[in-house]
Design a protein around this ligand. Structure first.
Ligand code: BTN
Length: 230
């Protein structure tokens, strides 16, 4: 298997590294191809949101995967948490938090019939949080590293991804569950289903289980989940 991160295309500025990686995937680029950018002008997040990547201190990367891992969103989140350190927690399905603040996000796009996925990861390695849009002031965090450490963080993350993306689902789930930020906490969830309850972990397919006030257990496969205000 090709090592993750080879070949690599690094751009000073681009719209979205996921866009560049998709183009390369469609042109036949191999498994493990990496696109990174120092700055994104139209970074994308989940649920149609924007992802802010100011120049300096952020990691914006997209990897082409042609050998699909078990539970891709969960395996990728565990790898990011491994690289971020022991304090990192995961908010279902794959936001990585430190001290309750989001330090990394993951956007997986792809064309499974064509045999490829693009795994996009954004990490606030050394971000000056005042440079982020004001609406992120209460939720965004940073790993608080030195801006010169983005490359060494990338090396750690690629090593963690090599390990996690080839693990059996049971091992990925065990590691994910050990970092579950929502376990036994009150949450609300939004479309496609709406409701509230207590988060009870993930099932073996990576769905979030929420116990509703009537005792029913709902398994969420998609959508947004938020901690209820305490
Ligand atoms: C999210 O939490 O909403 C997902 C954020 C994913 C951001 C990364 S940055 C690199 C790659 N390029 C993008 O446009 N998005 C992903």
């Amino acid at each position: 298997m090709t090592a993750l991160g080879t070949p690599r295309l690094h751009l000073r500025v681009t719209t979205s590294t996921n866009d560049r990686a998709r183009e390369l995937a469609e042109a036949g680029a191999p498994h493990g191809t990496l696109v990174t950018a120092a700055e994104q002008t139209a970074g994308r997040g989940r649920q149609g949101r924007r992802w802010s990547t100011p120049a300096g201190g952020t990691l914006a990367m997209s990897l082409i995967l042609r050998e699909p891992p078990a539970l891709p969103p969960l395996a990728a989140a565990v790898a990011v948490a491994d690289a971020a350190g022991p304090a990192a927690r995961i908010k279902w399905p794959n936001d990585v938090l430190v001290d309750g603040r989001k330090v990394a996000g993951i956007l997986i796009e792809g064309r499974p019939p064509a045999g490829w996925l693009v795994l996009g990861i954004g990490v606030n390695v050394a971000v000056d949080l005042t440079q982020l849009p004001p609406e992120l002031a209460g939720t965004a965090g940073s790993l608080g590293r030195d801006p010169r450490d983005v490359e060494s963080f990338l090396a750690d993350l690629l090593a963690a991804l090599e390990a996690r993306l080839t693990q059996p689902a049971a091992e990925v789930l065990e590691a994910w569950r050990a970092r579950d930020a929502l376990l036994d906490r009150p949450v609300t969830y939004a479309p496609p289903a709406d409701g509230a309850g207590i988060a009870r972990g993930v099932d073996d397919d990576g769905r979030l289980i929420v116990e509703t006030p009537t005792g029913e257990r709902v398994a969420l496969a998609a959508g947004e989940v938020h901690l209820s205000p305490s």
